[in-house]
Design a protein around this ligand. Structure first.
Ligand code: AMP
Ligand code: MG
Length: 490
């Protein structure tokens, strides 16, 4: 018989205690009939939580936030943010709660956070709720990202609440229990700067020191810790966005409140993976101008980091002009770091040696992408077919392209560099959360049939490992799937 998590789980409240200006103590709304739809047992084990006790009524109550350990202080986090370029000085968790921090079995501090747990004082017009489909979507895509080796928040569980949610239709409600190395965002710094206003202000400094302690402890030993923190965030985001680009991930809503200080991917709303390679791809129905299109992601990340630099200016130097100069210099690290990460990633995707000449590499990569775009080539399967071509089986890759003469000329240049096919298969996934498969699993899950979801999760947990019988998960969407659109904030 396992003990009740609400009495045994130790939840710290360091964020709430150190940064009370960013934390509103709040409680989850009652869930009439909480039912577990999916539980991440390996993650639970990593967190030192017993899966059986999480499945108990007391465990379910913890996972929807209605029964928390006595010493816990659940809070809604306050932050600001640029949303599609427009600044909102006070956003925050409108339908989420930070239950507290757990120390995992490896000794790392992780946030335990709920999404869809009811209205908070920051809900603005929203109902504070979430529907089963979008919460399962975050579960599937964030766990797929983790299996791909890309830094991300994790999904611990999705529970149906038994409460209806009104969207365009009435949908079953859900809560997602999410785990992150923290929920500090660029928007957290923007809010702290707005509250403080004056240089030398205390909240901004405490926030920066909290971020250093949690994410970039090396910065504490630097000559200028706050500048080192900023540079660490620049480096982490450059690396993260390069990984998105290499795997064909489109985040879809890269507002500054959806960009972490840790360098983890966060807030899986309208995100999706590329099918046919097209740099202009936009999935989100509300992103009419294509601000967050696939190809714009590195530039948007840099823009967001410039907003972080602005927020941190009082910490960089007392003299404003000097602070700006330092910020500009540190932000200048983004482009070289991004390019280095992307180039190294492309080299690996094409199975080429580390010492490949830079000019040769850049031309080879850009020429391939241009051919892929012209031929509407499926992004994910292309690299696996190229690995087969490197083994001598040339037709599957060749068959993807429209301009065969151009492809043959490109392939001759590439094969002359003797690509390592096995190395390619270790970095190019066979299985990603393809839009049609995700939609199919969510539609079934919303109807109460969780079998397709579990099958999809199992496939995506080992994305590099090609397995017989799973061809359908590796194949592009059927033609009649049409143009894919995703929706935000649901
Ligand atoms: P997102 O685009 O998902 O990052 O959400 C932007 C902001 O809107 C966040 O502060 C959310 O907490 C808030 N929000 C989204 N949906 C709802 C909802 N149904 N009720 C209350 N707040 C919401
Ligand atoms: Mg968000």
């Amino acid at each position: 018989m396992s003990l009740a998590p609400s009495s045994t789980v130790v939840l710290h409240h360091r964020f709430a205690t150190e940064l009370p200006e960013l934390a509103l103590a709040w409680q989850a709304e009652e869930a009439p009939d909480p039912r577990l739809l999916v539980l991440n047992e390996p993650l639970a084990a990593e967190l030192g939580l017993d899966p059986d006790s999480l499945r108990s009524p007391d465990g379910l109550a913890l996972l929807v936030g209605t029964r928390v350990p006595e010493a816990a202080t659940p809070v809604a986090q306050v932050y600001a943010g640029h949303q599609f370029g427009g600044f909102n000085p006070r956003l925050g968790d409108g339908r989420a709660l930070l239950l507290g921090e757990l120390v995992d079995t490896g000794g790392s501090t992780r946030d335990l956070h709920l999404k869809g747990s009811g209205r908070t004082p920051l809900a603005r017009g929203g109902d504070g709720l979430a529907a089963v489909g979008p919460m399962l979507r975050e579960y599937v895509v964030s766990e797929a990202m983790h299996a791909l080796g890309i830094p991300t928040t994790r999904a611990l569980a999705v529970l149906a609440t038994g409460r209806d949610v009104r969207r365009e239709t009435v949908l079953p409600g859900a809560v997602l229990a999410r785990v992150a190395s923290s929920h500090l965002r660029v928007g957290s710094f923007q809010y702290a700067r707005g509250v403080d206003g004056d240089p030398g202000a205390d909240l901004l400094r405490r926030l920066a020191d909290h971020a250093i302690a949690r994410h970039h402890p090396g910065a504490a030993r630097a000559e200028h810790p706050h500048r080192a923190l900023f540079e660490a965030v620049v480096a982490a985001q450059a690396s993260l966005v390069a990984q998105w680009m290499l795997v064909g991930f489109v985040h879809g809503v890269m507002n500054t409140d959806n960009m972490t200080i840790s360098g983890e991917t966060i807030d899986y709303g309208p995100c999706a993976f590329l099918d046919a390679f097209d740099p202009g791809t936009v999935f989100s129905s509300i992103d009419e101008a294509g601000r967050y299109a696939y190809l714009n992601q590195p530039v948007v990340a840099e823009w967001n980091l410039a907003r972080l630099a602005e927020a941190m200016l009082p910490l960089l130097a007392e003299d404003q002009e000097q602070a700006v100069a330092l910020a500009v210099e540190s932000l200048g690290g983004f482009r070289p770091a991004y390019t280095a990460a992307w180039t190294a990633g492309m080299r690996a995707k094409l199975g080429l040696a580390d010492d490949l000449d830079e000019e040769t590499g850049t031309a080879l990569f850009n020429d391939l992408l241009a051919l892929m775009q012209a031929g509407h080539v499926d992004h994910t399967s292309c690299y696996r077919h190229l690995a087969s071509a490197a083994r001598g089986d040339t037709e599957p890759a060749r068959g993807l392209f429209l301009d065969l003469a151009a492809y043959d000329a490109w392939a001759a240049r590439w094969l002359a560099l003797r690509p390592d096919a096995d190395a390619m298969d270790r970095v190019n996934p066979v299985y990603v959360p393809r839009n049609h498969l995700v939609e199919e699993a969510l539609a079934a899950g919303t109807r109460g049939d969780l079998a397709p979801l579990h099958q999809l999760l199992e496939v995506l947990a080992a994305p590099y490992d090609e397995r017989p019988g799973l061809e359908r998960y590796a194949a592009p969407a059927p033609v009649d799937f049409g143009v894919y659109r995703t929706f935000c904030g649901t």
